[in-house]
Ligand binder design. Structure first.
Ligand SMILES: C[S@@+](CC[C@H](N)C(=O)[O-])C[C@H]1O[C@@H](n2cnc3c(N)ncnc32)[C@H](O)[C@@H]1O
Length: 349
């Protein structure tokens, strides 16, 4: 018997094989369908159906072959992107209509780009080839843009302002012209949004990646807020402006274990006595509940990505303890819709 013959003798039962394939095929189909939706969005096909219209009309407007567009629309319909009551007029499903509309949290193309970036990152992490946050600068740039609020969106600015109202202490500080520091500001979507929502605030952002710091600076100029926003391209652990700020925002989800203690020491020292630290945390509750919900499935992927950068997974309670360990007092977890934030104070000397 030759070695070549071996695989045939051990051949699997093809019925079992196809049964196994159909059990997992949903994953392949979802990934292919997303590419189809992305192409349709890029070519204006989703936009063409923001009002109910026929395929023939859309084909004329888009200068597309009608029979190809008919197949495309049928596929988009079966994947829940388009709907039709009469099989003739098609319109976007309400969820997609919302995402396609300008002025949301992020434009759809940015979300699609993020999904591609995360997919490539996850693949190389799974292969053991990931090169960390500083590795591929193009992917990092896409990621930083997409995880940051879109500061050109009036809805984002309004939502930011509304979300702050849940914390009277923070809103009072911001209204009265707080001096605000963000450690790890990325492309400054957060700060550019905050500065528009609270016109008395002056802010400093510290970012070690120079491409992101440059983009933050460019945005500040484009939005006309550069006179209130100072971007410092540096390692936050070496930043030194003691007693200069009322609020520090710490982007802890991007700070690897080795830099955290020093970043917290800088936060403490940068605040005036009694000043406030504010840091977002992933709400990990869903990850511990079997079977995993959709939210939990997203979160476990976040954990893989952030973990690959050396960032420890912190439950909000653990982050609270980390802040107290670093010398902050009265730290507590604030529950906000869809997110958790941990706050604490520099002791009054
Ligand atoms: C992507 S931002 C978070 C989003 C940001 N809040 C916004 O609104 O765009 C987090 C940033 O922290 C930065 N970072 C991590 N460790 C740092 C350090 N030691 N010094 C300065 N920046 C750091 C990363 O380069 C990353 O760009």
């Amino acid at each position: 018997m030759t070695r070549d013959a071996e695989p045939h003798e051990k051949a699997v039962d093809l019925f079992a094989y196809f049964a196994a394939l159909s059990e997992v095929s949903e994953r392949f189909v979802a990934s292919e369908a997303l590419q189809l939706i992305r192409g349709a969005a890029e070519a204006g096909v989703l936009g063409a159906f923001s009002q109910a219209t026929t395929v023939a009309m859309a084909a004329k407007d888009l200068n597309r072959d009608e029979s190809h567009l008919t197949d495309l629309c049928a596929a988009l319909r079966s994947h829940g992107v388009l709907m039709s009551d009469d099989g003739v007029h098609f319109t976007l499903h309400s969820a997609w209509a919302m995402l396609v509309r300008p002025g949301g949290h992020q434009p759809l193309e940015v979300l699609m780009e993020l999904s591609g970036t995360r997919g490539r990152m996850l693949r190389s992490i799974a292969r053991g080839e990931h090169s960390g946050w500083a590795g591929d600068t193009r992917e990092r740039f896409n990621y930083a843009i997409a995880v940051s609020p879109d500061p050109w969106s009036p809805a984002t600015v309004a939502a930011f302002s509304a979300s702050m109202q849940t914390n009277p202490e923070v809103v009072a500080l911001l209204n009265s012209g707080a001096r605000y520091l963000e450690l790890g500001c990325g492309v400054a979507g957060n700060m550019c949004t905050l500065l528009q929502a609270f016109p008395n605030v002056r802010a400093v952002g510290v970012e070690m990646a120079s491409d992101l710091a440059d983009e933050a600076q460019r945005r500040a100029h484009a939005l006309g807020i550069a006179d209130r926003l100072d971007i410092v391209c540096a390692d936050a652990t070496t930043f030194s402006r003691p007693n200069s700020f009322d609020i520090v925002f710490w982007s802890q989800m991007f700070f690897p274990a080795a830099s955290r203690r020093a970043a917290l020491a800088v936060s403490l020292q940068s605040l005036r006595p009694g000043g406030l630290i504010w840091s977002p945390a992933f709400d990990q509750t869903a990850v511990h509940k079997e079977p995993l919900s959709k939210t939990a499935c997203d979160l476990v992927l976040d954990r893989v990505i952030h973990g690959s950068w050396g960032v420890p997974h912190r439950e909000p309670e653990e982050l609270r303890a980390e802040l107290e360990d670093a010398g902050f007092v009265g730290a507590y977890v604030l529950d906000r819709p869809g997110s958790k934030v941990v706050l604490g104070h520099r002791p009054v000397d």
